[in-house]
Design a protein around this ligand. Structure first.
Ligand SMILES: [Zn+2]
Length: 304
């Protein structure tokens, strides 16, 4: 049913209009998590035909210089959250297509057999409710149900050191905290540790050049932005709906989730922002009108 809906939306011409009118002079950032290689190849075929895939670092440089001239039309940035072990299987494709990607790593989960807390099924409390609890209380509840962030399980969920090092020439690795808490639910000490220590762990233990943080679950507060600035990150990436220009607040970069799909219809609709547009309308944190206004209010390349 949903496939039919995506097909109808795709051939409605709206994604084309979004691309040509809204995305043409703005930077679109896409979010993946754990996409299969076969599906990712279909994504790369579609995206490289319809967009210009650029590196996050090049966009950040353009922002710093407030210079859009080096950004191609319909610039698109590919990002992956969490550092899932399945990301390693994309290596051959990344070599073949030579597209820049950024993977955001959880410094306390990579190179261990620890699991992401959100993959643990709490017998009583749904994930959405756990996310709303203060972080310490969430961890207590999980602990009582048999999960702790430091438990070593039989199998890893995130990439190990060898895999990260093998991908390093192809991938821009950045930070996604240590244990993936919802930052606004952390107390000050926890937030400081999760934001600042994650950066130093990735730099010292993996010799990575860390200048970007993706806020877990896309959740952030003013305090978390201040800590990210203090830590020395250049930017923070959300899952707020919208597109970016060199004038977008670098600690509130907007991003569209494409849901690891292999369907070209779904991808065309989601990468254009059309899907998130409708979802925003149906009750996310910003209203539809506000999302439209704030998107269109931002000057695009042509006005610079
Ligand atoms: Zn995440």
């Amino acid at each position: 049913m949903k496939n039919l809906l995506f097909k109808m939306l795709r051939y409605s011409g709206l994604p084309f209009l979004f691309r040509e009118l809204v995305q043409r002079n703005r930077v679109t950032i896409l979010l993946y998590h754990d996409i299969e290689p076969e599906a990712f190849e279909k994504n790369l075929e579609f995206l490289s035909a319809h967009y210009n895939i650029i590196a996050l670092g090049d966009y950040i440089k353009a922002c710093r210089e407030k210079n859009s001239r080096k950004l191609p039309p319909k610039s698109l940035i590919l990002t992956f959250d969490d550092g899932h072990i399945g990301n390693y299987a994309l290596k051959t494709l990344l070599e073949r297509y030579r597209v820049p990607v950024t993977i955001f790593l959880c410094a306390g989960i990579i190179n261990t057999n620890r699991h992401f807390w959100f993959t643990f099924k709490h017998p009583e409390v749904p994930k959405s409710a756990l996310k709303r609890l203060p972080n310490r209380e969430k961890l207590n509840r999980l602990q009582k149900a048999g999960f702790s962030p430091e438990t070593e399980f039989e199998k890893p969920q995130a990439m190990n050191r060898e895999q990260i090092m093998a991908l390093k020439p192809l991938v821009d690795f950045q930070a996604h905290t240590i244990f993936h808490p919802c930052l606004p639910q952390c107390d000050d000490a926890e937030a400081r540790e999760e934001i600042i220590t994650a950066k130093t762990m990735l730099e010292n233990e993996y010799h990575l050049d860390i200048n970007a943080i993706a806020y877990p679950n896309g959740d952030y507060s003013e305090r978390d932005i201040a800590l990210s600035m203090e830590a020395g990150y250049d930017c923070g990436i959300t899952v707020d709906f919208g597109y970016n220009t060199v004038h977008t607040d670098p600690f509130r970069l907007k991003r569209l989730s494409v849901n690891d799909t292999g369907s070209p219809d779904e991808l065309a609709v989601k990468a254009s922002g059309l899907w998130a547009f409708f979802k925003t309308k149906n009750g996310s944190r910003n209203g539809f009108g506000q999302a439209v206004r704030s998107t269109l209010k931002q000057p695009d390349y042509t006005s610079i």
